[in-house]
Write a protein that binds this ligand. Structure first.
Ligand code: KG4
Ligand code: ZN
Length: 345
C-alpha cells in the first residue's frame, strides 16, 4: 500500500510517499525565510506560499521515489490544528486528488502525527500496534503536550502548556535578544558556546509543589526580558542567557517526562516536534530514559520539524486500523494552531 502524505498546517509545504510504513520520499519546502523579519509566522504569506509551491513539491516527491500518481492507494492530509488558510490548501489539494483518482482520503491530526514521527526509523511502524502503551510528547513551535497513548485512536491528553509552547518561548527569547526567527537553532548554538562566568538563574515554573503535568513558559520568557533589560549588552551575556534559558526549559521537560512515565506506568516514550532537534534536550531525555529503563523513540532531525512523512505514516496506520474520512473532510483549525496563538507575528 502506498500513501501520499500532504502537510500544509503552517509554514512548510510538504509531501511524502510512504509504503507500508517505510518512507519512499519526503520533500519539504519552507517559507520560514519570508517570515524572519516579522519575528513569527505571517499567515497570509504562509498560505500564498503553499498555493505557489504545492504542485512542485508534489512533483519532486514523485520524482525522487520514481513513482507517479497511479501508484497511490491512499491520500493522508493534515486536517488540523493549524492556520486555516494554510490547512485549506492541503485539504483542497488532497480532496481533488482523491476525487479524480477515486481513492480514499484520510484526515490526520497534526499533533498525533508529530508523536508518530518518533517511529519513522527502524521499521517500527509496520508493528505499531505492539508499541502501545507509551507516553507521547509534542514539543514544537505551536504546542507542548503530553499524551497517554493507549492505541492509535486513543491518545489521552494528560499535560499541556498553560501559555507559551516551548518552541514559542525559544522564538520569543530570540526576539528579545535580537537573534532572529526561528529562535531554537540559534539559541542552541549560543548556549553551547557560552564562555562560562556567572549565569542568570531563571525560574522553572510548575515544578516544585505542582502535582500536575502541565507546563508554563511565559514567566521564564518574562524573566529573560527583565534580565536583558538591565544587563550589560554584550554577545557573551547573550550566550550566558541562552544557556540559562535552555537549562531551565530542559529541566522542566525532563521532570515532566519523569512524572508522566510514573503516572502512566508506560515503559516507552515517543517525542516529536521541532524542539526535539535540540541536542542538549535529546541528551537529557536519553539519560532520563536510560536511568528509568524506558525505551526512547525520537525522530531523526529531518522528521522533527513539519514534514509529510509523519502525516502519510499516521494516515496509513489509521486507515489500517479502520479509520475513514469522507470527501466532506474539512480543515479543522481548532481555534488556533498554537495553544495560545503566540507564534504568529
Ligand atoms: O514542529 P515545528 O516545525 O513547528 C510547529 O509545528 O509548531 O517546530 C518549529 C519550532 C520553532 O519554534 C523553532 O524555534 C523550534 O521548533 N526549534 C528548536 C530547534 N530547532 C527548531 N528549538 C530548540 N532547539 C532547536 N535546535
Ligand atoms: Zn508541527
Amino acid at each position: 500500500m502506498i500513501t501520499l502524505g500532504i502537510e500544509t498546517s503552517c509554514d512548510e509545504t510538504a509531501a511524502a510517499l510512504v509504503e507500508d510504513g517505510s518512507v519512499l520520499s519526503s520533500v519539504v519546502s519552507s517559507s520560514v525565510h519570508l517570515h524572519s523579519e516579522y519575528g513569527g509566522i505571517v499567515p497570509e504569506i504562509a498560505s500564498r506560499f503553499h498555493t505557489e509551491y504545492i504542485f512542485s513539491v508534489l512533483t519532486k516527491t514523485f520524482e525522487s521515489a520514481d513513482r507517479d500518481m497511479n501508484d497511490v492507494d491512499l491520500v493522508a492530509v493534515t486536517k488540523g490544528p493549524g492556520l486555516p488558510g494554510s490547512l485549506l490548501v492541503g485539504v483542497a489539494f488532497a480532496k481533488a486528488i482523491g476525487f479524480t483518482r477515486g481513492i480514499p482520503v484520510i484526515g490526520v491530526d497534526h499533533l498525533k502525527a508529530h508523536v508518530i514521527s518518533a517511529f519513522l526509523e527502524g521499521k517500527r511502524l509496520d508493528r505499531i500496534r505492539d508499541l502501545f502503551p507509551f507516553v507521547g510528547m509534542v514539543i514544537s513551535g505551536g504546542h507542548t503536550r503530553i499524551y497517554d497513548c493507549r492505541g492509535l485512536r486513543d491518545f489521552r491528553l494528560i499535560g499541556r502548556t498553560l501559555d507559551d509552547a516551548v518552541g514559542e518561548a525559544y522564538d520569543k527569547v530570540a526576539r528579545i535578544l535580537g537573534l532572529g526567527y526561528p529562535g531554537g537553532p540559534v539559541i542552541e548554538r549560543r548556549a553551547a558556546s557560552h564562555g562560562g562566568g556567572d549565569k542568570p538563574g531563571f525560574p522553572r515554573a510548575l515544578l516544585k509543589n505542582s502535582p500536575g503535568i502541565d507546563f508554563s513558559f511565559s514567566g521564564l520568557k518574562t524573566a529573560v526580558m527583565y534580565y536583558w533589560r538591565d544587563a550589560v549588552k554584550t554577545e557573551q551575556e547573550k550566550d550566558r542567557i541562552c544557556y540559562s534559558f535552555q537549562e531551565a526549559v530542559i529541566d522542566v521537560i525532563d521532570k515532566k517526562i519523569s512524572m508522566a512515565l510514573r503516572a502512566t506506568g508506560a515503559e516507552r516514550l515517543a517525542a516529536g516536534g521541532g524542539v526535539i532537534n535540540n541536542r542538549a534536550l535529546r541528551q537529557r531525555i536519553s539519560e532520563r530514559c536510560a536511568r528509568e529503563g524506558v525505551d526512547l523513540c525520537l525522530p531523526p532531525g529531518e522528521y522533527c520539524t513539519d514534514n509529510a512523512a509523519m502525516t502519510a505514516a499516521s494516515g496509513e496506520a489509521l486507515f489500517n486500523a479502520g479509520e475513514r474520512s469522507d470527501l466532506y473532510l474539512t480543515a479543522e483549525p481548532s481555534g488556533a494552531r498554537h495553544e495560545h496563538g503566540g507564534k504568529t507575528a
